[in-house]
Design a protein around this ligand. Structure first.
Ligand code: ATP
Length: 340
């Protein structure tokens, strides 16, 4: 039974990914607390003085309305008034009082809206793609996160990289960082930030700009393994396993990139809004001399594997990209014994 009381009170309800405060009006609910939806059927828990928690189901009401009707299992219905609250904002989703999909998503959303794109979820770090350049990856930020314990500073990809580095040194064990997410989520960007962090804190100054050397392999890998898709104009269509080797003293002494699972079917079929691998468009944008040396003739529309695809990527000049690929390829051939 739901207790009725003449005094006012407030309660919380998670609905449609928003957290509401339910306010009891004077002669309605008082100690009724609706905590959270626990399924997509808008089931809610109602706190009850005698029974603890009672399951109820929202039978009418929406975000735009002032109240919702909650049906209890004993057939009674209760009207609850709604006020939208801003909801939780915690650095670790594990700290949420009510752990359900709605409150986790709402927490990520609120943090994202104030440019806090990183949030812990117990052992994991969740990154929300900001799709804009945020001033959070400077050398000063790297220095700030160095040797810090988790929790001392806000969640950050640098904190994850620092933890892996120190666990390796402390336990003398190999460490792995798994970066996963759907296409366009920001995996490649996160990988670059991990490399940036490790090469900054663990490089021997005599060796030079390690980060640049490791990332220098990117143009050639991306030319042959990346393509424009509807989700990401520079989507990696292969998996990458990057191994960074450290000396016993903790400085980087080598790096190796393994690749796997190239999306081969893209070579012969692309949808109209997507492209084949960048390299094809880059080569066809080359000057006449280079095209002749590669026995390339004609335009994109003359090639069966390219003519039905999207042609250009907004903001990308394929001939400039070709130059970067060429520099990268020449570097690789000119320095075959370079450990990096
Ligand atoms: N932390 C970030 N800061 C700024 N922009 C970002 C960040 N992460 C991702 N982006 C933007 O989102 C775009 C897509 O990210 P990215 O290429 O890393 O995704 P991905 O998960 O590797 O995708 P795919 O699986 O398709 O290769 C990037 O080109 C970049 O513009």
């Amino acid at each position: 039974m739901v207790q009725m009381s003449p005094t006012g009170g407030s309660s919380k309800l998670a609905l449609n990914n928003l957290e509401y405060i339910l306010e009891a009006s004077t002669n309605e609910v008082a100690d009724v607390v609706v905590h959270s939806a626990f399924s997509e059927q808008k089931w809610v828990w109602l706190e009850d003085k005698d029974e603890g928690y009672l399951p109820g189901q929202i039978v009418s009401g929406s975000q735009n309305q002032q109240s919702v009707q909650v049906a209890l299992n004993d057939g009674k219905r209760q009207t609850c008034m709604l006020t939208i609250s801003t909801g939780p904002n915690v650095e670790d989703a594990a700290q949420l009082t009510y752990l359900n999909e709605a409150s986790v998503v709402q927490n990520l959303r609120l943090r994202y809206l104030s440019n806090k794109i990183y949030t812990y979820s117990a052992l994991f770090l969740v990154a929300v793609n900001p799709f804009q350049s945020l001033p959070m990856y400077s050398d000063e930020t790297v220095a700030l996160y160095k040797n810090k314990r988790r929790g001392e500073l806000p969640p950050h990809i640098f904190a994850a990289a620092d933890q892996a580095y120190h666990d390796m040194i402390r336990n003398n064990e190999n460490q792995s960082i798994l970066i996963t997410g759907e296409s366009g989520a920001g995996k490649t960007e996160s990988t670059k930030r991990v490399i940036q962090y490790l090469t900054t804190i663990a490089s021997d100054q005599k060796i030079g700009k390690l980060e640049q050397q490791i990332l220098q392999a990117n143009p050639i890998l991306e030319a042959f393994g990346n393509a424009q898709t509807v989700r990401n104009k520079n989507s990696s269509r292969f998996g990458k396993f990057i191994r960074i080797a450290f000396s016993l003293g903790g400085t980087i002494c080598g790096a190796h990139i393994d690749y796997y699972l190239l999306e081969k079917s893209r070579v012969h079929h692309q949808s109209q809004k997507e492209r084949n691998y960048h390299i094809f468009y880059q080569l066809l944008s080359a000057d006449d001399e280079m095209k002749a040396s590669l026995l390339l003739e004609g335009k994109l529309s003359d090639y069966r594997y390219l003519k039905d695809s999207s042609r250009v990527i907004e903001g990308v000049d394929d001939s400039l990209e070709l130059q970067k690929t060429m520099v990268c390829a020449q570097d690789a051939f000119l320095r075959p014994n370079d450990p990096y």
